[in-house]
Design a protein around this ligand. Sequence first.
Ligand code: IMP
Length: 199
Amino acid sequence: MQKLVIASGNKGKLRELAALLEPLDYQVHTQSELNVPDVAETGTTFVENAIIKARHAAEITGLPAVADDSGIEVDALDGAPGVYSARFSAPDATDEKNNALLVEKLRNVPEAERTARYRAVIVYMRHAKDPSPIICEGSWEGRIVLEPRGEGGFGYDPYFYLDTHHCTSAELTAEQKNAISHRGQALKQLVSRLNTDHV
Ligand code: IMP
């Protein structure tokens, strides 16, 4: 069975990615299992950062690598925090601190203007020097609420309200979230391309 490394240290993302990759004929390893240290995300776009992470993991392990870079874009904040979502409040941010800062910045913004979207880019690199990585994208529309709701998901989920489901993304089950989320959309594309492209 072909081995594959997932280039992420984020437990929430690893859980979602591993579940979505399960139907494929790959033996999936996380980068921490293979002693791959984190790499600095120096890009200014999701695509750049995803490639940096996948290339790094492929280089160190010699295996094909999948990396996800994702974040939340808030329209009233001109798209911030965007690629800086994980480090919004500080370089050593926590979900709690990031969410507190988000709420503080949006406290005086009317509900109808608190529109936002999650974005995810997932790349697959056959090897570290792969000149044409498979690049897949997903986006998911929502609205930021000022009071948290729900225990599921991770990151900004308790504050990401879905008009389509009348709840936050933290109130969805893992299966419901994976079926419609930005990451789920991108990964579904990847699964279909891995099945049809020459990889
Ligand atoms: P990175 O892709 O590791 O740079 O981090 C992405 C960051 O965006 C996460 O740490 C979260 O703060 C946020 N994020 C991305 N996807 C989600 C999601 O599905 N739910 C909640 N927060 C997310």
